[in-house]
Design a protein around this ligand. Structure first.
Ligand code: 5GP
Ligand code: ZN
Length: 123
């Protein structure tokens, strides 16, 4: 899609701090992090919002959702029920959908937001 910032990031026309990439997805740190860990899981295919997804996107969405805890663990904010050390506290995984959902970039992405109590703004 012309003029889509996440398509441009996926095509490497705009740099990003990429932490994972395969044929379907690119994952990079959010440029304005809302917490100590904040990255975005983004399909390479241009799909504007979650509301545009249907049966054809089931596998893609499943892949995005199951990648979230794996990468959160690598980034130090995974959830381990009985673990010690970094990455045991958990994280938020969020889609923003449409203007009332706070969506700014109309290319599907899953926010992964973690660190100690990110919802309280603690660092
Ligand atoms: P939305 O509100 O659409 O769900 O979130 C879009 C997110 O993309 C925001 O958190 C914003 O900081 C992030 N973002 C916007 N432009 C860029 C960019 O050029 N690079 C990166 N890494 N993140 C971006
Ligand atoms: Zn796009």
């Amino acid at each position: 899609m012309d003029n889509c910032i996440f398509c441009k990031i996926a095509a490497k026309q705009i740099p990003s701090k990429t932490i994972f990439e395969d044929d379907d997805l690119i994952v990079f740190h959010d440029i304005r992090p809302a917490a100590p860990v904040h990255f975005l899981i983004v399909p390479k295919q241009h799909i504007p919002t979650l509301a545009d997804c249907g049966e054809a996107e089931h596998a893609l969405l499943g892949k995005m959702m199951t990648l979230a805890p794996k990468l959160a663990q690598e980034q130090g904010c995974g959830y381990v029920a009985s673990g010690e050390g970094p990455g045991k506290g958990g994280f938020k995984a969020m889609f923003h959908i449409g203007p009332d959902g706070g969506q700014e970039v109309y290319h599907l992405h899953l926010h992964v937001i973690g660190g100690p109590h990110p919802w309280r703004g603690e660092r």
